[in-house]
Every structure is written in structure tokens, then in C-alpha cells.
Design a protein around this ligand. Structure first.
Ligand SMILES: [Ca+2]
Ligand SMILES: [Ca+2]
Ligand SMILES: [Ca+2]
Ligand SMILES: [Ca+2]
Length: 326
């Protein structure tokens, strides 16, 4: 199964003072480093795709071969392209003993998974849902209902929005790359920035698999580039990125897109004995024939809605080392 150039279903500027939540033409991302009342990752960009009907939902496993998110810059010659990670210590106060200066211009634009608080989830947080169940003034830290997150092996989210003041590093699922551009250059508006998700990370694969299972794939685009000036913001010429949202006035070609190559996979250890072998075929034959299914595994291995010989043929092929593609 694959999606190519799938246009974003909803996009949303996750900024506490956004007066048109969900329908803005462009959305910027910037930091408010160590500023009380504001998250370090002050302005984030939420992107969502609903994959139900496009990619089989509810599968036990997903073999994800590739995943790419593409967004388009909406400002020209404003932010410095940085295609490599920056340590969080480069954002510490310059007087901090742990401070190490940033080695290259700009800050990477990063792609993270999304976590939720305030009772929200991927199912309930939509394009126009309130930033937080609180008035925007006075500004408060750590209250946004959807946030850029890292996850543990169990899928629990940790908000990275205040990681500078909380002093921890994080690894994004991808860093935004611009074809044909080297670090330190400033892209023009309308430039494609691509995020090729690092699928070598099991936690990342699990996050995406959960999204595909539920039919809701969500990402947060975010950078720690200060809103203006040096660390902590302040006055100065803006040097942070901004991107077209799907409501942009130029056209749908500048909306974010998703490309994914994935195979939904059944659980093939039908008798749940830890081995995949002839016993599983025997088990499936019995279930296809109307027998009991004590392990409760879904015998519709090819997800076509029928339990029949085709499922048996698929398992035969898998046991022989062949493809699981239905
Ligand atoms: Ca939108
Ligand atoms: Ca940098
Ligand atoms: Ca087995
Ligand atoms: Ca079937």
C-alpha cells in the first residue's frame, strides 16, 4: 500500500495567540527560549492525515518502508537553512557553564510525533480545537493541548516544548531538508522542505503504526529558532521559518503532503506458541473450516473481509519466506 502526494487533511498553527486557529493561510514556527510564560517551542505547526480507507487500519503490524512529509516555505530570504541537529546546550544562556555555541547558522526544522493533554487525543483534537482550555492571557507554559513529543517504548508522550529550561536533548523523527541547498542559505518562498522519517527507530515505527491502526497520522513541525534576535528572543529582524497551510491563497499545490510505503501485516503466529510454522497453518485451516479460535487472532490475514483459502495461501507464502503483501 502506498500514498503519494496525499494532501494534508488538517493543518494548524499551534501558537497560543493564534486568532484564526486552523484556518490560517500560513503558519510560522519559532522559539521563546527560556521566556517565562511561554514554551521554548512557542509556535509549532500541527499536520494531520486521516488514512482510513486509504491504508488498512487495525492491523497488528505495519512494515513501513518509507515515509516523507513535505511542506512549503511561505517566506523568502528570512531563515537560515540548517540541515543538521543542534544540541539543546547551544540554546542555554551564554553564561551557563554547559553552554556551547551553535556551530552553524540557523536552527533545524524538525518533525516530531504529537502528544496530548487536557483530555485530548488524536481523535478529539481537530483543526480548530482550542489551543488550551484556558484564556490566552496571562500566557502560561506547558498548557497546549497538542504538543511536539518524544515517546517511550510503551508509547507514553513527553512534551518537548520546554526542553531548554528543562535541560534535555531530544531526537526528531526527521529534520527538514531542502534539495539543492546547503546549510546557511536562505530559501525563497514556495521552496519544498522534505522530512524523510527515520524508520530505524522502533519507537518512531510504533508511533506511526499506532496512527495507521487508528487511521490518524499526526506530526508536529517545530524549530527552536528564536522569534527574533538572539537566544530568548527580543528585538531584531525575524529569522524564523513559516510555511503555507492548506488554506493558503496560492493554491493546493503548496499544502503539505504525505508519501508513505507500507504493508499492513497480520499476526501470523496463529496459535501464539512463539513459532511460525506448520502448526499455524493447521490452526488456520481449522479456523477457516469453522473450528474454534482460542487465541482470538484475526484469521483474515489479507484484510479483505473474508476468511477463506486466500488467507491460507497468504500464510503458506509467508512461511515459505515470501511476501506478506495481500
Ligand atoms: Ca488549516
Ligand atoms: Ca544551527
Ligand atoms: Ca505458531
Ligand atoms: Ca481474507
Amino acid at each position: 500500500m502506498s500514498l503519494q502526494n496525499a494532501q494534508v487533511v488538517f493543518d494548524r498553527w499551534m501558537y497560543g495567540f493564534n486568532s484564526t486557529p486552523g484556518v490560517e493561510a500560513t503558519a510560522s514556527s519559532f522559539g521563546a527560549i527560556n521566556q517565562a510564560g511561554f514554551d521554548d517551542r512557542d509556535a509549532q505547526v500541527l499536520l494531520g492525515w486521516n488514512t482510513s480507507g486509504l491504508i488498512t487500519g487495525g492491523a497488528p503490524h505495519y512494515d513501513i518502508r518509507s515515509m516523507r512529509v513535505t511542506i512549503y516555505t511561505s517566506v523568502s530570504d528570512r531563515f537560515f537553512y540548517d540541515p543538521t541537529p543542534d544540541s539543546v546546550v547551544s540554546l542555554y544562556d551564554t553564561a551557563d557553564p554547559a553552554y556551547v555555541a551553535d556551530a552553524d547558522p540557523g536552527r533545524p526544522v524538525e518533525l516530531y510525533g504529537v502528544g496530548y493533554r487536557n483530555g485530548m487525543s488524536a481523535s478529539t483534537f481537530g483543526e480548530t480545537t482550542a489551543f488550551a482550555p484556558l484564556p490566552p492571557f496571562p500566557p502560561q507554559e506547558g498548557v497546549r493541548s497538542a504538543f511536539a513529543a518524544v515517546f517511550d517504548a510503551a508509547g507514553n508522550a513527553t512534551d518537548i516544548s520546554r526542553q531548554v529550561r528543562q535541560r534535555f536533548e531530544s531526537t526528531p523523527m526527521a529534520i527538514g531538508r531542502i534539495a539543492g541547498m546547503v546549510g546557511g542559505e536562505r530559501p525563497a518562498a514556495g521552496t519544498a522542505m522534505t522530512f524523510d522519517v527515520d524508520l530505524s527507530d522502533a519507537v518512531t515505527r510504533d508511533y506511526i503504526a499506532r496512527g495507521l491502526r487508528d487511521g490518524k497520522v499526526r506530526f508536529m513541525v517545530t524549530t527552536l529558532e528564536p522569534a527574533s534576535g538572539g537566544p530568548g528572543g527580543g528585538t531584531g529582524t525575524p529569522s524564523y521559518p513559516a510555511f503555507y497551510m492548506r488554506e493558503n491563497l496560492i493554491g493546493p499545490a503548496y499544502a503539505a503532503t504525505l508519501d508513505i510505503e507500507v504493508t499492513a501485516m497480520a499476526e501470523y503466529d496463529m496459535n501464539q506458541d512463539g513459532n511460525m510454522d506448520q502448526d499455524d497453518l493447521s490452526y488456520l485451516v481449522n479456523v477457516v473450516g469453522g473450528g474454534d479460535n482460542p487465541t482470538g487472532l484475526d484469521p483474515d490475514l489479507n484484510f479483505d473481509g473474508n476468511i477463506d483459502q486466500d488467507d491460507y495461501a497468504l500464510l503458506v507464502n509467508v512461511l515459505a519466506g515470501g511476501s506478506s503483501c495481500p
